[in-house]
Design a protein around this ligand. Structure first.
Ligand code: CA
Ligand code: CA
Length: 238
């Protein structure tokens, strides 16, 4: 007996309507439907020009589960041979997978089909827009990192680069939390500032300390000298 249902290859995805100019600049903008297949539900979606080519890219954080299998080694005594033998038992397990996918924007609208992917673990707590020199920031168990896009000889690469070294109040929660509001322009200078959640409130890191309008990741190098200090007076007494 057959039913009216058909298998669906892609259970998750993003659909977006983009406004694109089909030809002459004076022509009316047209809506373009785009579907982006994903392995799981998108937890966080950020439109941002991550590779600084003037085209908006799409940064998507995805969390999903996947069946896998693990092998467990055990020493077992076998009467037939009267000695201990190593036996491997393979058991199915459900694995938590998390990853950041970046779909680069294309001229004329839409995104490249193949995403640049960075697997992340439970130490990444949230992702948000950041100041100019770090357009995408990640709150982690050990502070705030910038998401960097880099072209290499073997292809494009995503990396995490430490900006702030401190332990947030959400550390070790294992949750990937959307819409935390990690950055706002608090002093009205047009630059996003970092809001870092700690036990006693919020630490504020002025985005201007990263370099207003900076365009190169060289301005924020790794190493302890590059870690920012909270703005004076912003930290509550603990
Ligand atoms: Ca871009
Ligand atoms: Ca600011």
């Amino acid at each position: 007996m057959t039913t009216g249902f058909r298998p669906c290859a892609a259970a998750f995805g993003l659909s977006a309507l983009m406004l694109v100019a089909p030809g002459e600049a004076r022509q009316a903008l047209a809506a373009q439907h785009i579907r982006i297949p994903l392995p799981g539900a998108p937890t966080i979606v950020l439109p941002v020009d991550l590779n600084r080519d003037g085209l908006q890219d799409l940064v998507v954080a995805v969390a999903y589960t996947e069946w896998d299998q693990i092998g467990i080694d055990e020493l077992t005594e076998m009467n037939e041979v009267d000695e201990l033998v190593m036996v491997m038992t393979v058991v199915p397990v459900v694995m938590d997978r998390r990853e950041i996918r970046v779909y680069l924007g294309e001229k004329g609208g839409g995104y490249v089909e193949d995403a640049v992917t960075l697997p992340i673990d439970l130490s990444v707590l949230s992702i948000d827009h950041g100041p100019a020199v770090a357009p995408v920031i990640l709150l982690t168990d050990s502070g705030v990192s910038a998401l960097r896009y880099r072209e290499t000889e073997t292809g494009p690469l995503l990396e995490m680069e430490a900006l702030v070294e401190d332990v947030p109040v959400l550390a070790r929660s294992g949750s990937l939390i959307p819409h935390l509001g990690l950055s706002r322009d608090l002093d009205g200078d047009g630059e996003r500032d970092l809001l870092f959640p700690v036990n006693a409130g919020l630490d504020v890191y002025l985005g201007s300390e990263l370099g207003v309008g900076g365009s190169s990741s060289d301005q924020v190098q790794g190493g302890s000298d590059a870690f920012l200090s909270p703005a004076r007076g912003a930290r509550h007494q603990r």
